[in-house]
Design a protein. Sequence first.
Length: 413
Amino acid sequence: MSLMLKIIHTADFHLGVSLRERPAGTSLKREEDFIRQMWRIRDEALKMNVDFLIIAGDIFHHIPPSGTIFTEFASFLNEITKNEIYVIVPAGNHDIPRGEYLKSHLTGIHELKPDRFIFAERGFREFEVVGRRSRRKVAFLLIPYIHKSIKLDVSNEAIHDRDVSKIISKILNEKVEEFIDNHPSADYKIVVAHCLVEGAICGSERRITAIDDICISRGVFNKPELDYVALGHIHHHQRITDKIIYAGSIEKVDFGEEEEGKFLTVIEEEKGELKAREVELKCRPMITIPKDRKYFDLRGLNNPTDHLLSMLLNYKVNFKDAIIRVKALVTPDQNTLIYEDKIEKTLRSKGAFYSFIDIVSEEEEYEENREETEKFEDTLRKYIEELGIRKRISRDDVELIYNEALRIWRETA
């Protein structure tokens, strides 16, 4: 008897990511956090009796991965596929070598033609496959990461970022529509992509248009004929719509993800439709101190290390197993008076896994504020210009809208 279709959607494993400026032992333990999450996903896949495991890109953090990391993933892949579960992977930006003619390690695995591992590195890949448990025929379209340096055969004229996004969105839209037409007998049609989609929210809860990313129009994927769109690349788990979902990373990669929960997404068949739900992945906590202001102000103190330790030990926070970032503002002549080893040793005695001091000088504070202002103004202009194109607003009106938005921001900042 066949079962209902079940799929696990994950992304952004980033196997091999470690801690900055730390002894090898500590960094290896941090790498193990990501490996442990990967094996938990294996356990969930077997327990749920799924037909497919989707990993929407960025399996490795470095190119090439270390031998240890590569072997760990190969063992994971063997465990999954020998249980007759298909593993579906489009390449993420961390999976694609920089050289045009270089090949990913994952392509090497794919070329061995192991049962049930399907990988797309630089081109689209579409196929139909029948799940062993559910007997459902599922059509997949894999879209690997597309860098904005892609060669476009359109003209010799300079192409602005927004034009690249528009051109690539048009190409992808045509490909998705072709995919839909190619598989009329499939029970379900699923797109798996590693990309930035219009409206995605990053870890800092802002709309973003990343400098190196092509922003794909939401309309490319928001089609009634598609049953599910599994996205990777943005580490913040989110639903663009109920069937266009970013799984998010499996662990907190950096402090930009400090406040985020991490999940795997389970897609289940229900009355002829695919419905998604989240299963939480417990992560090692990341904690920035202080939380109620930008930093501890240590300027003018003769013994800033002892003063900082006193404040930290009186700070109400659970240090156990956490990665701790301490932010402190100092004058240039105080840099040599901050003894990080002493602070780390004390916090480790309180149960912290690892801690570091993020020292901000007076000059850096001024420069950071200036750069943040310039970055916001640039992002605001790009967003309003994109809006103007979509809404067919005249250039004069776009400029008026930008100036008014900037005025309101400056008055309220």
